[in-house]
Design a protein around this ligand. Structure first.
Ligand code: SF4
Ligand code: SF4
Length: 401
């Protein structure tokens, strides 16, 4: 079982067991289920959400939390009000906390936002209040992270993730400019604390490479259960600057790939266009084909949101074409890229601090004016993700810097 394996690995890591460091935690493959449970839910009404969380969890074989230390990891991209739909809604978090407590678990909540400064607290999003009301603690992921080995590299992850018996991931139903949809596989990225996250974009400079890394990370640390907040989702330019969209669903599974396939189908994507999903399917660790999913819920076809504003899927699945686009100056202009809207810029410089390749800097004279060196830009879209003033649009721009 995952929790037992994780606890053994953690103990050995803390004992500085060299063999474990060498063998790594990769290979912690477990036989995850293939069930996905989906239930309709119109509003963030706590008692109703608790009922549905219980139903979904039990219908999709969520692991028994009795007597366990459970870490709940929502998607806390930033600290913005719930209506912005950037993060997992606090009612969903509270419902899962209360359900786990009712089943005899000791619960903690934690995540690492995009810009993870010391003493970050999720106040505006309402998680601080949830913690206070339910008597659980918010865990600081930056404290004493632990290095683990991935397929091709090493990375530090939050210690709390390895110390917990069960890891419950709560992704948000929302778009993401880089990997198109920020589902279960993407939500695991938050276990990487602080600015270590940003460095991964410099190491994995395109959609495909970054998706491979995300799947590597999920292989090393697979959450024990995923419950997606799809009551309201985020369409358009996600993960931060999109538009709230009523989806009216809660979705759960022990299988991140199966969950992402169902969610992205409902959002109107072809699930195999999602690079994290296609990479995970090609490895076959969780699922080899969408046909293997055991689905429990209203007919998926009836749930598809025909007018959900999707991220345009790049036609350049062809690797050699993408290679050419990246290297020929004019062709780079036809790519979707960050465009800075100076009239909206407040000069906070969050974009400058997060850019992993130093492709942007403040204008030496003009106030609230960011200058992009396009030849350096790797199209990770982190600048757009952290700009809370909608001053970074992702679009094609044929002329100008
Ligand atoms: S573009 Fe956005 S993130 Fe960057 S300095 Fe301006 S307001 Fe801040
Ligand atoms: S400018 Fe924006 S999209 Fe380009 S590399 Fe920097 S953060 Fe990424």
């Amino acid at each position: 079982m995952v929790f037992a394996e994780r606890r053994i690995i953690m103990r050995k890591l803390l004992e500085n067991d060299e063999a474990v460091k060498e063998e790594s935690v990769i290979g912690e493959h477990v036989s995850v289920g293939r069930k996905v449970a989906v239930r309709k839910c119109d509003e963030y009404e706590l008692n109703r959400v608790i009922e549905l969380v219980a139903d979904i969890y039990e219908s999709s074989d969520g692991p028994d939390p009795q007597g366990k230390k459970v870490l709940i990891k929502p998607n806390v991209l930033n600290d913005t009000p719930p209506e912005k739909c950037n993060c997992t809604h606090p009612v969903v978090i509270e419902a899962v906390v209360r359900y786990m407590q009712s089943r005899g678990a000791t619960v903690m909540v934690g995540d690492s936002p995009s810009i993870h400064l010391k003493n970050f607290r999720p106040v505006k999003i309402g998680i601080e209040d949830v913690c206070r009301r339910t008597g659980v603690s918010w865990v600081e992921f930056r404290d004493n992270p632990v290095e683990i080995k991935l397929r091709k590299s090493k990375i530090k992850v939050a210690r709390a993730v390895l110390e917990a018996d069960l890891l419950i991931s709560l992704p948000k139903f929302k778009n993401h400019e880089l990997v198109y949809f920020s589902g279960a596989i993407k939500n695991t990225f938050g276990i990487v604390p602080g600015f270590i996250k940003g460095k991964q974009h410099a190491l994995h400079q395109n959609r495909r490479s970054f998706s491979e890394f995300l799947v590597d990370l999920n292989e090393a640390i697979t959450a024990d259960y995923f419950l997606m907040d799809g009551i309201y989702g985020l369409e358009g330019p996600g993960p931060a600057n999109g538009f709230s969209k009523k989806v009216g669903l809660l979705l759960g599974s022990t299988n991140p790939v199966a969950l992402d396939i169902i969610a992205t189908t409902i959002a109107g994507y072809n699930p195999v266009d999602i690079p994290t999903t296609s990479e995970a399917l090609s490895r076959g660790k969780w699922l080899s084909s969408p046909e293997e999913i055991i689905y429990d819920g209203p007919p998926v076809e009836s749930l598809i949101i025909k007018d959900f504003i999707k991220i345009p899927v790049s036609s350049g699945r062809n690797i050699s074409l993408q290679f050419l686009i990246r290297r020929i100056k004019f062709l780079r202009k036809v790519e979707r890229r960050p465009v800075f809207i100076h009239s909206r810029c407040t000069g906070c410089l969050k974009c400058v601090s997060i850019c992993p390749v130093n492709a942007i800097k403040p204008h030496p004279v003009k106030k609230n004016y960011i200058v992009l060196t396009d030849s350096k830009c790797i199209r990770c879209f982190c600048c757009s993700e952290v700009c809370l003033d909608n001053a970074v649009e992702i679009r094609r721009k044929l002329f100008g810097p």
